[in-house]
Design a protein around this ligand. Structure first.
Ligand code: MN
Length: 131
């Protein structure tokens, strides 16, 4: 069976490196984008199983990128999990309001990260059954 794919939209190289390592540990295939626009383009092209969305990106914030993805019919079913800073608790509610399925707070906890990915990856936002 093909590994499930996770699109990581994150501009911070050290966060990206950590996320990539954790995803590989969990046998997920990481697809990487360092800008929102590249992320949206890759999402359309690759149709990942999950999207991890940083909030602060150089070109567009992650909330607006999430709203944009939710408007695109071919990818609006993909669960999006926001990567929010622990200190920015307001961001978490904003992320949910923008259409994210949940959030993971940074700094990342290596112990709970994969658990959260598993929790969200098979949650279709339209709750479509694939069986
Ligand atoms: Mn960032």
């Amino acid at each position: 069976m093909k590994n499930q794919t996770v699109l990581v939209i994150e501009d911070n190289p050290s966060n990206m490196k950590l996320v990539r390592a954790l995803l590989e540990l969990g046998n997920f295939q990481a697809i990487e984008a360092e800008t929102a626009q590249k992320g949206i383009d890759l999402a359309k092209k690759m149709i990942p199983d999950l999207i991890l969305m940083d909030i602060q990106l150089p070109d567009m914030n992650g909330l607006n990128a999430t709203r944009a993805i939710r408007q695109i019919e071919s990818i609006n079913h993909i669960p999006i999990v926001a990567l929010t800073a622990y200190a920015m608790q307001g961001d978490q509610e904003k992320a949910l309001n923008a259409g994210c399925s949940g959030y993971i707070t940074k700094p990342l906890s290596t112990r709970s990260f994969l658990k959260k990915i598993h929790e969200y990856i098979n949650q279709d936002v339209k709750e479509r059954s694939e069986h």
